[in-house]
Design a protein around this ligand. Structure first.
Ligand code: ATP
Ligand code: MG
Length: 349
């Protein structure tokens, strides 16, 4: 297709050189970015999408065709506002340009629908798991009690080994059942606190548990106090950060394992079902191998795990606790750089 034909499209298209610079832009792109072709030409495509640092870092590889077609949703600034867009980088072969970038603004209602659907799915899954857990709980208690009675009656130590196995396994299962049931219904114990208290506590715990990891705390001192349930938000952050620490120590890697706890105040944030004028972003960044591609879509679902000893409840609970505060947990991942963000609205400020 000749460049001029792209001007007829309603989708914004940027033509990129192998160095990532914009060489041409169609009319829709001029409108979308409110910049003329001349202003866009020569600009590094990374600059247009720099709100998402993980994407900006991946852009050169995407242009070189390492990911096939790279698709990603992100927020960009437009007329001083944040807007959700869907970006596709299409590498080209034997063409005057190295790649095409196709940019579409995502209609607000589509975005909300998507979030809503995910949130509904998770709620339904948790619900059925909890019902199952309740069903398991009573017979489990009976089993354990009977094993205990039997244990007391047995004179033979060799046989008591078996009753001990029953009791221990019943306890392990009861622990899992309790974790599945726990957050249901009970209302939030709200108080005012500074999120850095939670960060510091997570840091203290993990630096003892994982001495091989280098921790960096990068706090924004201007972060205002938050009204919320401290223990749930602390638990959410701990679950997220412990995952990163576990991955860093369990998988062999060349670089020194490094974990960053970062806080920032963000504006115009996209949350589940709504937008917040102002919010708190707590990021946990690790330089581990990244979330396996096969898990990426379902990582927040209960009982989904990539670890041999994992139960797959950590992130599902973290997401639930953060959503109870009107927020959301999101992540970006690639080998060497994974970032989980806990985004909490600060509507009352
Ligand atoms: N920072 C990370 N880097 C790479 N993979 C991750 C990261 N965080 C989570 N994951 C993947 O997501 C999976 C699900 O995490 P989740 O915390 O829900 O469960 P778990 O850690 O396996 O078990 P549990 O937390 O219940 O002990 C993990 O098993 C791991 O495969
Ligand atoms: Mg976990």
């Amino acid at each position: 297709m000749h460049v001029a034909s792209y001007d007829l499209l309603s989708t914004a298209v940027l033509f990129l050189g192998s160095d990532g610079r914009i060489e041409h832009a169609n009319t829709a792109a001029e409108e979308l970015f409110s910049m003329s072709r001349r202003q866009l030409a020569g600009l590094c495509a990374q600059r247009l999408f720099d709100t998402d640092s993980a994407l900006a870092d991946r852009l050169p590889d995407a242009i070189a065709g390492k990911f096939g077609i790279l698709r990603q949703d992100l927020m960009i600034e437009r007329w001083g506002r944040q807007e959700a867009i869907s970006l596709a980088i299409v590498p080209l072969h034997q063409q005057p340009w190295a790649a095409l970038a196709e940019v579409r603004v995502i209609e607000h209602h589509i975005l909300l629908d998507r979030h809503q659907q995910l949130s509904n799915e998770l709620t339904a899954q948790r619900e059925s798991l909890r019902n199952l857990a309740h069903e398991v709980k009573n017979p489990l208690g009976g089993l354990r009690g009977a094993a205990q009675l039997l244990d007391a009656e047995l004179g033979n130590d060799a046989l008591r080994e078996y009753t001990q196995v029953i009791i221990e396994e019943a306890d392990r299962l009861a622990g899992l059942v309790d974790r599945l049931i726990s957050p249901q219904g009970s209302s939030l114990q709200k108080s005012w606190f500074n999120i850095h208290e939670a960060c510091e506590r997570v840091h203290t715990l993990l630096s003892v548990e994982f001495p091989a990891i280098t921790f960096t705390r990068d706090y924004d001192a201007s972060v205002p106090e938050l009204l919320g349930d401290f223990s749930r938000l602390f638990q959410a952050l701990l679950n997220i950060a412990r995952n990163a620490a576990q991955i860093l120590t369990e998988s062999p890697q060349e670089e020194t394992p490094h974990l960053i706890l970062r806080t920032r105040v963000g504006r115009q944030l996209l949350l589940s079902g709504h937008q917040a004028k102002m919010g708190l972003i707590v990021s946990v960044v690790d330089n581990g191998p990244g979330v396996p591609p096969a898990l990426q879509d379902k990582i927040f679902h209960p009982l989904v795990t990539g670890r041999a000893s994992g139960t797959g409840l950590g992130l599902s609970l973290a997401q639930e606790f953060v959503q109870q505060h009107g927020g959301i947990v999101a992540f970006d991942t690639q080998p060497g750089h994974t970032e989980f963000r806990m985004i909490l609205p600060l509507e009352h400020v």
